[in-house]
Design a protein around this ligand. Structure first.
Ligand code: PEP
Ligand code: MG
Length: 321
């Protein structure tokens, strides 16, 4: 069985009727990049930059960050690497940043909200990413976007950094693509407006489920309520993909749903352009390669009319080989 999957490594992620999608990997630590290279992934759909900031006493310098990003970008050898800017706060703490104790950390000072308030820290990270972009194909992604203004501000700080690099004669890719995580319901609802600001979306179902269903992703007691097959989540996903296509940009998914074989046909049918998975990349490729896009669209239409998680899961389970 393993051998069978291995044979898929160099084949495209393509449906039986010729719809091609990108199949990428999520990355937590730079050391994992060798495994990604040998998995045959089309790139890295989510490089969580938090690892660089955690388990240490102080902020990583621009140089340290540059080296980590550049190593990954070089090893991916021209394949795209989507580097997500710092996504701290919520359950992830940095003692040295002096994050305040908050009543609702997941609704508090986290991710892009911190970056926009701590411009010094944000600019250092953007400089490091831009410098790494000279060595391959890096893309920049902002987490936890809920307001259009946040994207505009982040992009304007990015432009500031680019200008400074240019003035100093430091190399970077001037066309580096910029995208955002879609992981808050408000972002789904204003996806049309957001699509005008960026080159791509990546749906973060881990947070999207939490915020849509008002279910803490860390709370064991209510885990039975936490499920990405909830009809509300599915409708939001559809809205996002449709909005992106109306504006000629693409949508990926880097939350855990992307790596669930039970969801593959549905996501293809909804028009998802890119899957970025944490594990089992070849298993997802096998699913994609045995799916008909025409059929998948019918499946998606059907599923969008179901009313409960259970109905959705049951219907999709029946369709598994
Ligand atoms: C997500 O929210 O789905 C996501 C990919 O980001 P993280 O799990 O790092 O919050
Ligand atoms: Mg998230």
């Amino acid at each position: 069985r393993k051998k069978q999957l291995e044979q898929l490594r160099d084949l495209k992620a393509e449906t039986t009727d010729g719809r091609q999608v990108k199949l990428k990997a999520n990355l937590g630590r730079p050391q994992e990049v060798d495994a990604v290279v040998s998995s045959g992934a089309d790139g890295i759909g989510l490089f969580r930059s938090e690892f660089l900031f955690m388990d240490r006493e102080d902020l990583p310098s621009e140089e340290e960050q540059f080296e980590a990003y550049a190593e990954v970008v070089k090893k991916m050898d021209g394949k795209p690497v989507i580097i997500r800017t710092l996504d701290i706060g919520g359950d992830k703490h940095l003692p040295y940043l002096g994050l305040p104790e908050e009543m609702n950390p997941f609704l508090g000072w986290r991710a892009i909200r911190i970056s926009l308030d701590r411009k010094d820290l944000f600019k250092t990270q953007l400089r490091a990413i831009l410098r790494a972009s000279a060595f391959g194909k890096a893309m920049i992604m902002f987490p936890m976007i809920s307001h259009v203004e946040q994207v505009r501000q982040a992009k304007s700080i990015l432009e500031e950094v680019k200008t400074e690099l240019k003035q100093n004669g430091i190399a970077f890719d001037p066309n580096v693509e910029v995208g955002i995580m879609i992981e808050v319901p408000s972002a789904c609802l204003i996806a049309d407006a957001l699509a005008k600001e960026v080159q791509f979306f990546s749906i973060g179902t881990n947070d999207l489920v939490q915020y849509t269903l008002a279910v803490d992703r860390m709370n064991e007691r209510i885990q039975h309520l936490y499920n990405y097959f909830h009809p509300a989540v599915l409708r939001l996903i559809k809205m996002v993909i449709d909005a992106s296509h109306r504006h000629q940009i693409w949508t990926g998914m880097c939350g855990e749903m992307a790596g669930d074989p039970l969801a593959t046909e549905l996501l293809l049918g909804l028009g998802l352009d890119e899957f970025s998975v944490s594990a089992n990349i070849l298993q997802i490729k096998e699913r994609i390669r045995s799916t008909s896009f025409t059929e998948a669209k019918k499946v998606a239409d059907h599923v969008l009319n179901l009313n409960t998680v259970e109905e959705v899961q049951q219907y999709l389970s029946q369709r598994l080989p």
